[in-house]
Design a protein around this ligand. Structure first.
Ligand code: AMP
Length: 224
């Protein structure tokens, strides 16, 4: 029988450091990092039909409708680079998305390996979101308070220009958090019932959180 692909679903509220950790973890595990938010931003930037549908929702900090999002992610999962595994970041965010993913994995004969959940208090999340700046070229993430670049507005890694995501502005950030608590928290309970959820304290350093996430993945490997 073919070996099981490594399926890791990284969960956590906006601002928990999910994107940063997902990139590091996927590189360490040697699997592609699939971030639904990044795919949507690509479509918005390139003004595709999908981008035109998603933009008004994203601008308000609301979720893009399930049918659109599910079709987009399932399509991405069918690409050949996903054959050995994937790290999902930002998907699933609703119960119907989680159920659709389970159905797709059942068709493929794939099992979810582990669902690490990065926990961060609401107060810290708001501070983190409203100070976040991102490199337009390489996607490196900075924070005006916690991780400022050496030269304001310029990426330390590649020299690219830094920008603030429009949905990180305070009112939209607040709405994204409210949407998270309403619609995404039930997904945590869904995975907890399946014994897949492993909680990690996200208020420690980037390196400490990364180590804890790697331990969660390794521990699940032994358990499987
Ligand atoms: P993110 O970068 O993960 O914070 O996503 C940015 C925005 O993209 C979200 O606020 C949503 O509008 C949209 N989005 C990303 N992933 C999903 C998803 N799984 N379901 C619905 N909307 C999503």
């Amino acid at each position: 029988m073919a070996t099981q692909p490594m399926i890791v679903i990284l969960m956590g509220p906006p601002g928990a450091g999910k994107g940063t950790q997902a990139k590091r973890l996927a590189a360490k595990l040697g699997i592609p990092h699939i971030a639904s938010g990044d795919i949507f931003r690509w479509h918005v930037h390139n003004q595709t039909e999908l981008g035109k549908i998603a933009k008004p929702y994203m601008d308000k900090g609301e979720l893009v409708p399930d049918d659109v999002t599910i079709a987009m992610v399932i399509d991405r999962l069918s690409q050949p680079d996903c054959a050995d595994g994937v790290l999902l970041d930002g998907f699933p965010r609703t119960l119907p998305q989680a159920q659709a993913l389970d159905e797709r994995f059942a068709e493929l004969g794939w099992c979810i390996h582990v669902v690490p959940y990065i926990r961060v208090s609401e107060e810290v999340l708001l501070r983190r979101l409203s100070g976040r700046w991102i490199c337009r070229n390489c996607g490196a993430v900075y924070h005006i308070e916690f991780r400022p670049p050496a030269k304001p507005g310029v990426c330390d890694v590649c020299g690219g220009p830094l920008y603030q995501r429009s949905d990180d502005k305070p009112e939209t950030a607040k709405r994204r958090l409210a949407v998270y608590f309403e619609q995404t928290e039930p997904v945590l309970a869904y995975y907890e019932k399946q014994g897949l959820l492993v909680e990690v304290d996200g208020e420690r350093s980037i390196e400490e959180v990364e180590q804890a996430l790697l331990r969660a993945v390794k521990f699940a490997e032994k358990g499987n």
